[in-house]
Every structure is written in structure tokens, then in C-alpha cells.
Design a protein around this ligand. Structure first.
Ligand SMILES: NC(=O)c1ccc[n+]([C@@H]2O[C@H](COP(=O)([O-])OP(=O)(O)OC[C@H]3O[C@@H](n4cnc5c(N)ncnc54)[C@H](OP(=O)(O)O)[C@@H]3O)[C@@H](O)[C@H]2O)c1
Length: 288
């Protein structure tokens, strides 16, 4: 099976690319900045430089591929583009090309509970794409992760600074998943019939337990400040009035999911404590 991967420069996409390299799979990766992929060890001949937001420039990009995996979406990018421009339209551009080239499978990464959260800008865009993918006749798998280890790095950073800030009473439960584990879910999804896969990591922990694990990994006593939910709601309201739409979107998503349980069927090997220890080791090596 020949796979075209979009999003390989990102957290999850880079793990998918590494997993495909390890498995010696036949694949190419699309990037707007190929240097990032070269730095990751992806051979030049497996890289396609393209702008997914520019439909005209994608002509024939899916030709010869059996499957497409897309993890493309806005997380921390500050290009001034909206979720509709990227999470919806860029993926739609790719889907149209995939349909023209008679690709046999499209794996798309959305968000856990995305359908129920369409009042949020990010989920509105992702779910609009999901709806069109399902209606397109293209065989699909929608992967719906609970959250990524890359995001809980923030708990580690707060612990390093000496104090963690949590919303409510810190008892909201989550099971984020490591990119390496989720990459395998995405690759297995290539062989699934039309499906939607809710997935999280192996441990369901409260925000408080994650914060404590972060302090613990640094051999520090946990210091936690709890931000009341009424204050979270006021921040949300004020930000919605004064921030430009593109800046408000990520904050809107963050302030919502930090106040709700986000756990899904458990998968994978990587633990949160192991991840914090990994971060600590990486820092030690860097400082040597
Ligand atoms: N983080 C979470 O907890 C979480 C949870 C559930 C679902 N998700 C979703 O999972 C997906 C992957 O997340 P991630 O953490 O791997 O994100 P990431 O590290 O930000 O990677 C996103 C990818 O999309 C590409 N991209 C973004 N804007 C683009 C644009 N304007 N044109 C072309 N490419 C663009 C990025 O390319 P560049 O490197 O060139 O910017 C990158 O390859 C996202 O759609 C995210 O919403 C995330």
C-alpha cells in the first residue's frame, strides 16, 4: 500500500512518518517546509513540497497513492489563517485530489467528542470536513484522540516554574496519548472499514494527578493554584469579545477542554510519568 502523509512536520505526523520508516512502508510526505522533514531523516525523494491551502497547486498530488493520512490542522501555527482555511479547506483540497486519483482510503485525525463540540471554531471546521469526507464515497477512518502528550508538556513547564494552575478543583479526568502510540492507531486505521475510532492513552488521570506527577518527576513538592470555573468563564467571554478570531480559536478550545472529562478507550504503552522523565532526561542531555 502506497501512502501519502500530510502533516508530517507536526507532532503526530512526525511519529506516523517515523513509524512508516521503521516498518519500511512505501510512503511520501507533503510539507510546505521540506527542510523540517529532511531534518527528521526522511529521504528527499520521499518528500513533496506543496501548499495544501492552495488547491490549484495540488493538481495530481495523490496520483499513484492507495491511501492518504492527514493530521493537518492548526494548533500553535500563527499564519493568520482560520480553522476553516486549514482544518476544513486544506483537508478538503486534499480529499478532492484523492477522489480524482481514485485513492482507496482516507484517514483523518479529528478530536474526541468533536461532533458534540461544534460550537467551538476548531470542531466546527474539523466536523465539517468529517461530514464531507463521509459523504464523498471515499473509504474513511476518522481517528478521534482524547489529547496528546505534547500538550501535557505544559504541566511539566508549570512544575519547572514552581506552581501549576488548574481550573476548578483539578478533578477533571483525561487520558492523553503519546504520538508514537497514536501513530500505530492511524496506521492500523488504514486497514479498517469505514470507521470512527475514539482513542486515548493507557492511563486515565485527573489534572491534579498529572500536575503532581510533573512535580514528582522534578523531585519538587507540588504547589497548585485552583482557578475557579466562574473566572474561566469570564476569561472566555472577555477573550471572545476582544481577541481576533484566529487568536481566540485556540484559547476557546483550551478553556473548554480544560473543564471537561476527555478520556476515551485506552491504547498504547507510554505512561505520563515516563513522558515527564523523558523530558527531564532530554533537558539534562541538552545542558551537558
Ligand atoms: N493536540 C491535541 O491534544 C489534539 C487532540 C486531538 C486532536 N488533535 C488534532 O490532531 C492533529 C495533529 O495535531 P498535532 O499536535 O500533530 O499538530 P501540529 O504539531 O501542529 O501539526 C499540524 C500539522 O498541520 C500542518 N499545518 C498547519 N497549518 C498549515 C497550513 N496553513 N498549511 C499547511 N499545513 C499546515 C503543520 O505544518 P507546519 O509544520 O508547516 O506548520 C503540521 O504538519 C491536528 O489537526 C489537531 O487539531 C490534537
Amino acid at each position: 500500500m502506497k501512502v501519502l502523509l500530510a502533516g508530517a512536520t507536526g507532532y503526530l505526523g512526525s511519529h506516523i512518518a517515523k513509524a512508516m520508516l521503521n516498518k519500511k512502508m512505501d510512503f511520501k510526505a507533503i510539507a510546505r517546509n521540506p527542510q523540517k522533514l529532511i531534518a527528521m531523516g526522511i529521504p528527499k525523494e520521499q518528500i513533496i513540497e506543496a501548499q495544501l491551502t492552495d488547491r490549484a497547486s495540488l493538481k495530481g498530488i495523490c496520483s499513484g497513492f492507495d491511501a492518504v493520512i492527514s493530521t493537518v490542522g492548526i494548533t500553535r501555527q500563527k499564519d493568520g489563517l482560520s480553522y476553516m482555511d486549514v482544518d476544513y479547506q486544506a483537508n478538503k483540497n486534499l480529499l478532492e485530489e484523492a477522489l480524482e486519483s481514485k485513492v482507496q482510503k482516507f484517514v483523518y485525525v479529528s478530536v474526541l467528542h468533536g461532533a458534540a463540540l461544534q460550537h467551538l471554531q476548531i470542531c466546527a471546521a474539523k466536523e465539517r470536513f468529517v461530514t464531507e469526507l463521509k459523504a464523498s464515497g471515499m473509504p474513511y477512518s476518522i481517528v478521534r484522540p482524547s489529547g496528546f502528550f505534547s500538550d501535557i508538556t505544559e504541566f511539566y513547564e508549570m512544575a519547572k516554574k514552581g506552581r501549576a494552575f488548574l481550573f476548578g478543583d483539578g478533578q477533571v479526568k483525561v487520558n492523553p496519548i503519546h504520538g508514537a502510540d497514536l501513530a500505530l492507531v492511524c496506521l492500523d486505521a488504514l486497514h479498517e472499514p469505514n470507521t470512527s475510532i475514539d482513542v486515548g492513552g493507557p492511563e486515565v488521570l485527573t489534572h491534579q494527578a498529572i500536575a503532581e506527577a510533573a512535580f514528582n518527576s522534578l523531585d519538587r513538592k507540588a504547589k497548585i493554584t485552583y482557578i475557579p470555573n466562574w473566572l474561566r468563564k469570564i476569561i472566555l467571554r472577555i477573550s471572545s469579545l476582544f481577541l481576533p478570531k484566529a487568536q481566540f480559536g485556540p484559547l476557546e478550545f483550551f478553556l473548554h477542554v480544560m473543564a471537561m472529562d476527555m478520556y476515551a478507550p485506552a491504547y498504547g504503552q507510554h505512561t505520563i510519568r515516563g513522558y515527564f522523565n523523558e523530558l527531564k532526561q532530554t533537558e539534562k542531555t541538552r545542558h551537558r
